[in-house]
Design a binder for this molecule. Sequence first.
Ligand code: SAH
Ligand code: SF4
Length: 404
Amino acid sequence: MSALAQVAPAGPPLTSLAGGGRAELAARLRELGVPAREQRMRVGQLWHWMYHRGATEFGAMTTIGKEMRAELARSFSLERPRIVSEHISSDGTRKWLLRMPPKGPRDTGVEIETVYIPEVDRGTLCVSSQVGCTLTCSFCHTGTQRLVRNLDASEIVGQLLVARDQLGDWPGTGRGGDGAALADAPRLISNIVFMGMGEPLYNFDAVKEAVETIADGEGLSLSRRRITLSTSGVVPMIARAGAEIGTMLAVSLHAVRDELRDELVPLNKKYPISTLLEACRAYPGLSNARRITFEYVMLKGVNDTDADARELVRLLRGVPAKINLIPFNPWPGTRYECSSWNRIEAFSEIVFNAGYASPIRTPRGRDILAACGQLKSETEKLRARARLMLESGIGAEGMFASSE
Ligand code: SAH
Ligand code: SF4
């Protein structure tokens, strides 16, 4: 720890600046009495250290004067969401259960999950935008949990900060070499997908602010082309997302007839397939190089026939599209099963022959329950079991050992 780091005085914990946007940092500096004419420059300095270098203490910010650093350390922290547990899959996928700092005296701290998926040509971080979800897609485990609350922008950005800390994915850290030499090295986390818990378009302002921080070229620098928002189809927000957030878009289609989609993605009753596809066609900036991803979960005997595949191709005519077939990840109590491998391949071939790339999403991290639609719920279940066992006098340690 640097000599400049202060021991926090007893009392309420210091407000963390980690994850904050430029406007928030400026407001915090105003609280400290930093004069208006200095604020831009100070925000720029903090920004560089927090988001380019990944500093976790003010003492390390050597371009900022000692007094200012000490003042910052007395007033604020750079604390990230706390890691409650980390699971590493045999395929390299990592899942972190994170506890967000309490937002007030009555907040005991919510927990969410973030998953890192390494692939040959990229590394993808799957982030959550809400704790739980208001929607009730019948095949999704998150859909069985109520919405606890929206995450704020710094809690969304905080997921990336923690992942970079853990992977040593800052210039000059972890992977050897000096900062300058590594500044241009490819990052382990090259892509972000909003495919964890929650519906990002129902938490629009926070997601927008988080993307602004993540895409900022002087800091975390992940281009908007490498950030994907996945939506279940909140039609009125799609145009706004295109105009104001400007990331890539993924749409959870999952069915080609309204009757079935009403059942799988109940939001379809409000915004049926035709209106959804109309909004997709109007999404700005689409081209062959910039396509919308249509996600399609493969459910045995439900949506997986050759006729479904042909109808899918017909529906998407004229939309620059990629089709992502997702093997269904079963969870305890679900009424669905995953289609057989042969069926998925036959479906994929029809889509492929019609000229669409149709990658089948390889299930990743299944051994650590990190696959789509499984986040957090399993941990909650284990906790509930642990509580029951504790109440009945049985120790819970052994049970957690198998899953940690
Ligand atoms: N709420 C957003 C983003 C989070 S869900 C959305 O619905 O798009 C991310 C993706 O995982 C969605 O395509 C969702 O339909 C899919 N998914 C949810 N549960 C799943 C499960 N059990 N198996 C496979 N995919 C699932
Ligand atoms: Fe919510 Fe997406 Fe799950 Fe539907 S699939 S319940 S929108 S998280």
